[in-house]
Design a protein around this ligand. Structure first.
Ligand code: TNX
Length: 529
């Protein structure tokens, strides 16, 4: 009831919302769009025609969403029909495999693309074009020629600090697809939990999958004792999620964090650590001191883990973390210092660099590429590494200047664990504000780079660290609607970006969220009520 009240008020009060939209409320804005005269009326009887499997998949996606949000009863059929919606693969439709050409006329609509991915995004756009004022469902006559600005359009979810069920992860993947995002970075290991089953090392999840009481696990109703907080994904579940993501043209990038954020792994197998003693799985937030040691046996362990991870995830990239590995344990361990002399590395930064580079070599056997947080620059980048620039954009700039690929994900703009308003109704988050507008106005390509270096900016990613998010509701609050702004940064041409215009298209997106059961944050709209 609160949600509908907010929307009703939004619609009545916001001048942006009730002005007759001259342009369709698409998010993200397409690369090129031209309005034509007239509209196409869609009814239950409108044929949705698709030839071939890829076209059928895209058509099915459109039909399911149109039926849900517009209360239609469309069905996909084969063969030609009049006054139809047509999905077709056409090699000439777009030079970009994620691009598509879409036309709506008074007597029908066509979506064409050279690749299933583009056709899928065309289906998303056609669904967003549907409007109704309570009466007939219509789409405005329009010609759209669309393709994304960036190839990497990502969101990271931390499932180590707080675990999310397979069903919740899938709901998130559904939402990423609606925003034309194509990369899900899955943070699976950290000090507070190891969340991915590794067959060769069952204690990783058996021991590392649970942390002992600090409130999160709740209380046993019979004994009144605090319960451990546990959770992990079986390999079957991972394969299921990977398949689900692929159906939505989303690639999953798994992260196994080394050499820091390793306390849960060391709790499971203390011989992997520097001290040799068993720590608890951490139940405190912050930067912990536990690091993997640098023994040959530990390299074998990490390689075994990466072999299983590589086999589970068909995407090209594996994320090896590298962040926040405070080197105190390495500095004060005589054994680590001895190993460093053996390996011919001069300092701890070089030791980390050696470790990451060696794992990169191993990943090459599996035909995988390594990506890591910008700390992997310290001590020298492994030859093929891609850098995810989080502490700012300096790391990304330095990496691009060294001809390495970069994903921009600066904490200043794209961290969704920060509060989004100063409202007292904001649920817990990191105490600074990243508003919708601040996020929207982020420009990922640094002016400091020359044209060749700029090509190394693969794209952008927002990160959802979950220290403050115990529930899926809080995760949703953090992500929506800011992810709509991310989508536009990632997809739309830089010169088309305009916050006021984006803001005027947002109410339509919120209605879509409502219709699909996506619980978005209301706090950004309180001022308008
Ligand atoms: C830093 S961002 C981290 C995470 C924390 C986050 C928020 C990054 C690469 N590492 O481990 O969750 O700050 O506290």
């Amino acid at each position: 009831p609160f949600r509908s009240a907010v929307l009703l008020l939004l619609a009545l009060v916001s001048p942006l919302a009730c002005a007759a939209p001259s342009e369709p409320a698409l998010i993200p804005l397409p690369a090129q769009m031209q309005r034509d005269e007239g509209r196409f009326v869609v009814s239950d009887a409108t044929p949705v025609v698709a030839e071939g499997e890829a076209a059928r998949q895209a058509a099915k996606y459109f039909v399911e969403h149109a039926n849900t949000t517009q209360k239609l009863a469309l069905r996909v059929s084969a063969g030609p029909a009049k006054r139809a919606i047509v999905f077709a693969i056409d090699p000439k439709a777009s030079t970009n495999s994620e691009g598509y050409a879409l036309q709506v006329r008074a007597d029908g609509a066509t979506v064409k693309a050279s690749d299933p991915r583009g056709l899928f995004y065309g289906a998303v756009t056609l669904w967003q074009l549907l409007e109704s004022d309570g009466g007939a469902v219509q789409a405005p006559a329009v010609r759209i020629d669309d393709a994304p600005r960036f190839a990497w359009r990502g969101l990271m979810l931390d499932t180590a600090r707080h675990f999310r069920s397979v069903d919740e992860v899938k709901r998130l993947l559904d939402a990423l697809a609606l925003h034309k995002l194509n990369t899900f970075h899955w943070h699976l290991t950290d000090d507070q939990g190891w969340r991915i089953e590794i067959k060769k090392y069952p204690k990783l999840t058996g021991i590392g999958g649970c942390r002992f009481p600090a409130g999160d696990g709740g209380v046993d109703p019979n004994t009144g004792e605090p319960r451990p907080y546990c959770g992990f994904y079986t390999q079957d579940q991972i394969r299921d999620v990977v398949r689900y993501a692929a159906e939505r043209h989303i690639t999953i990038v798994p992260e196994i964090d080394v050499p820091g954020h390793a306390q849960a792994a060391i709790a499971a197998y203390p011989e992997l650590g520097v001290l040799g003693t068993r720590p608890p799985v951490s139940n405190e937030w912050g930067v912990n001191t536990y690091l993997f040691n640098v023994e040959e046996s530990t390299f074998r362990f990490l390689e075994d883990v990466l072999d299983e991870v590589s086999d589970l995830f068909p995407g090209t990239y594996i994320h090896l973390g590298g962040d926040e590995a405070v080197k105190d344990q390495w500095v004060s361990s005589a054994r680590v210092q001895e190993r460093m002399r053996e390996l011919g590395v001069k300092n701890e930064a070089q030791m980390q660099s050696y470790m990451i580079a060696r794992l990169e070599k191993h990943l090459e056997i599996k035909r995988k590429r390594l990506i890591g947080w910008d700390e992997i620059l310290e001590g020298g980048l492994p030859p093929q590494a891609t850098v995810m620039s989080w502490r700012g954009t300096e790391g990304g700039i330095a990496a691009a200047q060294q001809n390495h690929d970069v994903v921009m994900s600066p904490v200043s703009h794209l961290y969704l664990d920060y509060l989004q308003t100063t409202s007292a109704n904001e649920p817990p988050g990191r105490p600074a504000t990243i508003s919708l507008q601040k996020l929207y106005d982020y420009e990922p390509v640094p002016a400091a780079l020359d044209a060749a270096q700029k090509k190394h900016i693969l794209g952008v990613q927002a990160n959802v660290w979950t220290e403050h998010m115990r529930s899926f509701a809080r995760v949703q609050h953090a992500i929506f609607p800011r992810v709509a702004a991310l989508a536009e940064i990632a997809w739309s041409p830089a010169k088309a970006k305009n916050f006021d215009d984006f803001r005027s298209r947002l109410p339509a997106q919120l209605l879509r969220y409502d219709a699909l059961g996506i619980a978005y944050a209301k706090t950004p709209f309180e001022a308008e009520i």
